[in-house]
Write a protein that binds this ligand. Structure first.
Ligand code: NAD
Length: 335
């Protein structure tokens, strides 16, 4: 199939081309711009478009794609909150995704953030380079014996639970569905107020939906144990950033680790080091010594990129051959 790959970075080319030439032989063309209503015209003459997390699949963009002859939108990510699935279905554009590529990558990055924030490794790194070997301000706590609250116990939440179990933590969990494997691990399902009140570390692993938008708001923070560490490697919109900034200023939130940010599409995946960043809310967060931000890199491992490329191309082949594709996303609402 002729596939227009949007938001293409050098690593996308590398892994998609390697997978295509060894197994699939699709005709891939790489476009650096993000997919949106202005750039969608680049897909003229292509049957499929391959898109990533910050590409836009709103109604207008989909209409342009449909007029270009596009029949398939192959997402090379798990989340599809950026796609208007109803309009896609109306226009006859099938949508496929990569539901799991390496839950270990995201869970391990989450643990990296917990360890860095607790022992201030991000601060120690710069101090030592400047010849400052003082320990003042670097005091952490034993993670062993602490309580970790995991919100969303799907693939990533479960692996995080396994890892933190290995640290000797007590694990509280909240999900709309219970995961028996998490229960077998000894994770205790509780309601959100109980999780908030008792967790030393809270980590978010549920999808962004209308129910979970700003799940962590002022009201939720008020219920949290003073001195909580909050981690979000899921989706930026789960957190009301202004409320979290207030929580950091009051000390209710002892530290914050985020790999995702609500307005990240204006920032992440680009080198903006020569520019003046206009987002004052983000810039305020950057000034806190107890905030660690990474630019949506939790997924970014060799294994994940190989799996993403392989599954994306296999999804495209299945649709091309008219076979049922297990990774097709239906237009029924996201849970
Ligand atoms: P998953 O589908 O396996 O698990 C998600 C879990 O969230 C499910 O158990 C589901 O029941 C639960 N859930 C749904 N609605 C909920 C609600 N209202 N409250 C509590 N729980 C709810 O997904 P996963 O593979 O574990 O991924 C989790 C999230 O991680 C994804 O939605 C995605 O946003 C994010 N993610 C981030 C990166 C990254 O690089 N930072 C990479 C991959 C995925």
């Amino acid at each position: 199939m002729k596939v227009a790959v949007f938001s293409a970075k050098p690593y996308d080319r590398q892994f998609l081309q390697a997978a295509s030439s060894s197994n699939y032989h699709h005709e891939l063309s790489f476009f650096e711009p993000r997919l949106n209503q202005d750039t969608a015209i680049l897909a003229a003459g292509f049957s499929a478009v391959c898109a990533f997390v910050h590409d836009q699949g709103d109604a207008h963009t989909l209409q342009v794609l449909a007029s270009c002859g596009v029949k398939l939108l192959a997402l090379r990510c798990a989340g599809f909150n950026n796609i208007d699935l109803k309009t896609a279905a109306e226009l006859g554009i099938k949508v496929v995704r990569v539901p799991a590529y390496s839950p270990y990558a995201v869970a391990e990055h989450t643990v990296g953030m917990i360890l860095s924030l607790n022992r201030k490794i991000h601060r120690a790194y710069t101090r030592v380079r400047e010849g400052n070997f003082s320990l003042d301000g670097l005091l952490g706590f034993d993670i062993h014996g602490r309580t970790v609250g995991i919100i969303g116990t799907g693939k990533i939440g479960q692996i995080l639970g396994q890892i933190m179990n290995g640290f000797g933590c007590k694990i509280l969990a909240y999900d709309v569905y219970r995961n028996p494997e998490c229960e077998a691990l000894g994770m205790k399902y509780v309601d959100l107020p109980e999780l908030y009140a008792n967790s030393d570390i809270i980590s978010l692993h549920c999808p962004l939906s209308s129910e979970t938008h700003h799940l962590i708001n002022g009201e939720a923070i008020a219920q949290m144990k003073p001195g909580v560490m909050l981690i979000n490697t899921s989706r930026g919109g789960l957190i009301d950033t202004k409320a979290v900034t207030k929580g950091l200023k009051s000390g209710t939130i002892r530290s914050l680790g985020i790999d995702v940010y609500e307005q990240e599409s204006d920032l992440f995946f680009e080198d903006l080091s020569e520019e003046i960043i206009q987002d004052d809310i983000f810039q305020r967060l950057v000034t806190f010594p107890n905030v660690l931000i990474t630019g949506h890199q939790a997924f970014f491992t060799e294994e994940a990129l190989r799996n993403i490329a392989e599954t994306t191309l296999s999804n495209i082949t299945e649709i091309e051959e008219g076979k049922p594709c297990a990774n097709e996303v239906s237009s029924t609402p996201q849970t």
